[in-house]
Design a protein around this ligand. Structure first.
Ligand code: ATP
Ligand SMILES: Nc1nc2c(ncn2[C@@H]2O[C@H](COP(=O)(O)O)[C@@H](O)[C@H]2O)c(=O)[nH]1
Length: 204
């Protein structure tokens, strides 16, 4: 059986650039992570594709999946549910592949409780003014939603202490490189490689 893969959680406030950084990581020719597509009850935005950006479900469908224990985590964010389907994550980790989640902070906290040996990376904005201008510049949200996202962002930044690493997203290529380096180092941690060495010693 292959060694179980690593669960990588990229989180941080709305608009910091999680999606942009994650897409850049997955577009790298050397990428070998598997992306866990989330499920949401929010409306599909122009250009988004079912099964690629999200699985779009009704509230009733989402709540049924929660009741059946099919979500690794879920959170309600600005009036919609967002969550990580459990089976895909477990199957892919069991195949020895690293799974990458891009989720908001409440959900990341729940994942940490269940998978404490995951790698938890908090993406931070250079400052709050820049964060707001990124959300406004993206042009996907009405003013009231932008204000809600900014209020939530301030509380989320306070939760950074729950994470293993903080990466400032001042430049996308630099943030991508730092995240790749973090994951490479995590793979070399003694507690991750010790089992294979112990097995080798037993076989001597
Ligand atoms: N390093 C950066 N410098 C300048 N702009 C950036 C940077 N990273 C991302 N952006 C821009 O910021 C905006 C928000 O990025 P993105 O949608 O990736 O954020 P997000 O954290 O995934 O947001 P949400 O959590 O709401 O989905 C986008 O317009 C994106 O192009
Ligand atoms: N807890 C979870 N949060 C998720 C998941 N998938 C995405 N998200 C986060 O939700 C907000 C809003 O996303 P948007 O697409 O409406 O801008 C953002 O912070 C995402 O990272 C998930 O499965 N669980």
């Amino acid at each position: 059986m292959p060694e179980r893969g690593l669960l990588i959680v990229l989180s941080g406030p709305s608009g910091v650039g999680k999606g942009t950084v994650r897409k850049a990581i997955f577009e790298s020719p050397d990428n070998d992570f598997e992306y866990s597509v989330s499920m949401t009850t929010r409306q599909k935005r122009p250009g988004e594709v079912e099964g690629v950006d999200y699985y779009y479900r009704t509230r009733e469908e989402f709540e049924a999946l929660i009741a059946e224990g099919k979500m690794l985590e879920y959170a309600e964010y600005v009036g919609n549910y967002y969550g990580t389907p459990l089976d895909y994550v477990n199957q892919t980790l069991d195949e020895g592949k690293d799974v990458f989640l891009e989720i908001e902070v409440q959900g990341a906290k729940k994942v940490k409780e269940q998978v404490p040996d995951g790698v938890f990376i908090f993406l931070t904005p250079p400052d709050l003014t820049e964060l707001k201008s990124r959300i406004v510049g993206r042009g996907t949200d009405q003013l009231d939603v932008i204000e809600k996202r900014m209020e939530i962002a301030k509380k989320e930044i306070e939760m950074m202490t729950l994470y293993d690493y903080a990466v400032v997203n001042d430049s996308v290529p630099l943030a991508v490189e730092k995240i790749k380096q973090i994951i490479k180092s995590e793979h070399l941690r003694v507690d991750r490689v010790i089992d294979s060495y112990l097995k080798m010693l037993k076989e001597l």
